[in-house]
Design a protein around this ligand. Sequence first.
Ligand code: CIR
Length: 270
Amino acid sequence: METRALELPFAAPAVCLVREVPTTYPACLRRERTEIFLPEARRQHAVYVEALRQCGARVVVLPADDACPDCCFIEDCAVVTGAHALVTRPGAPSRRAEVAPVAAALAPWCTLHGMEEPATLDGGDVLRVGRRLFVGYSERTNAAGLAALARVAALDGLEVVPVPAAAGALHLKSLCSLAGPRLLVHRPCLDLSPFHAAGIDLLPIDHPWATNCLTLGDQVLISADGWALPGPLLDRGLRVRPLAVAEFHKGDGALTCLSLRIPRPGTWTA
Ligand code: CIR
């Protein structure tokens, strides 16, 4: 994978942390109250976990906590920058109890760093492209949170690039994510200038859920819901795998938020 912005080898993650879907998941934070079907959510989660394994990652499954309806959205609880990781202080107070078990599970792989009030940051607002971490300001991530991440990122030689708040989206990665070397972007809602300035190859698409995909090596997991495959993805020799994650879209989540990826030493991962 090559663009001007990607200076480190890109590889599938060594380890993926995931967290089971709690019985209370239908009570998660969400903007629309469409009915969530818990058994179907768990079935979709199991298929997702298997897809991670098939990409060669070791998958560590953390037990759910019924006191935390959003705990399956584990990506928001930490940002792994390499040898170091920031354990977040999620923007939603109801989610702050999620982080302790995630930190404990990360400890064997990374040196952990915390965040202090008033800093808040959700991992869903952090997009890695090579040595850059693009960080979206959102309802969940503030300037102090970005500064806390910048301090940790610098320990691994990474630079933090702020991205202005995007109207209508929960997180930055609700609107953009890497599909191989290209960044899928939901153009109507996002200021693309930070990505243009970094020389990143952009692929605009219109469907909001379609812009959250997960690249694992040469495989790209995409949401099967409401998206026709864009031709340019297929042209680059990537294996595109649609997954049904509709029960997680109902909870304002998608593919990246269901795992926390730990890169192999000397590589980076989406
Ligand atoms: C929340 O509102 O926090 C959850 N219901 C959804 C979190 C999705 N996380 C993500 O995309 N990284």
